[in-house]
Design a protein around this ligand. Structure first.
Ligand code: ADP
Length: 203
């Protein structure tokens, strides 16, 4: 799925560059890539952070796993191959949003290191891909279980469930490491904002 099928396609260069769009927006386009177990708090964190950034006049967008699987990726399931393709497409969309000068928050389990690395590689390590490890012990996630998913996984209704019957590969060098089992939402959002200030990604 990674190779290009058609050869007669050419890149069209527009008149307006990423820098022009970023100037108009008043900030760079960058990606906060939230990764972690189901119910670790990825969506909660993205929503709370977006609210803060919006109040700061930033242009933002959230790519949320469940929502994207209703549309763009509705043809994909949860086999390793489909999970690869799911994340590959999201990585490309995040890349387009960066090019549009938008601050985008990606909230997907994204369990495989190699998939996250491919998404990161699109940024050419220019500092605009920020991996956020939403770290929460599986027993805490299971006790939260806001959508009843762990129960279904334990009952065998959901197969290949990350953390129960499918692997999660922890990030080795995330830019931000949140401990959502220990710190509340406000404290974790504060930690992200501190990072963004320290990197001069927001003012
Ligand atoms: P995910 O997107 O990772 O599947 P959700 O954000 O949908 O997780 O669900 C996380 C649940 O845990 C929510 O019900 C949220 O209110 C709760 N929660 C409790 N403490 C925290 C915290 N510190 N950070 C994030 N979520 C938390």
């Amino acid at each position: 799925m990674g190779t290009q099928k058609s050869s007669n396609v050419h890149w069209h260069q527009g008149q307006i560059a990423r820098a022009d769009r970023e100037k108009l927006n008043g900030h760079q386009g960058f990606t906060l890539w939230f990764t972690g177990l189901s119910a670790s708090g990825k969506s909660t964190m993205a929503v709370a952070l977006e609210q803060k950034l919006h109040e700061m006049n930033c242009r933002t967008y959230i790519l949320d796993g469940d929502n994207i699987r209703h549309g763009l990726n509705k043809d994909l399931g949860f086999s390793p191959r489909d999970r690869n393709e799911n994340i590959r497409r999201i990585g490309e969309v995040a890349h387009l949003l960066r090019d549009a000068g938008i601050i985008n928050m990606v909230a997907f389990i994204s369990p495989y290191r190699s998939d996250r690395q491919l998404a990161r590689d699109l940024s050419k390590n220019d500092g605009t891909f920020i991996e956020v490890y939403v770290d929460c012990p599986v027993d805490v996630c299971e006790a939260r279980d806001p959508k009843g998913m762990y129960k279904k996984a334990r009952d065998g209704v959901i197969k290949e469930f990350t953390g129960i019957s499918a692997p999660y590969e922890t990030p080795e060098n995330p830019e931000i490491h949140l401990l959502t089992g220990l710190y509340d939402v406000g404290e974790c959002v504060g930690q992200i904002l501190n990072y963004l200030h320290s990197q001069r990604l927001i003012r």
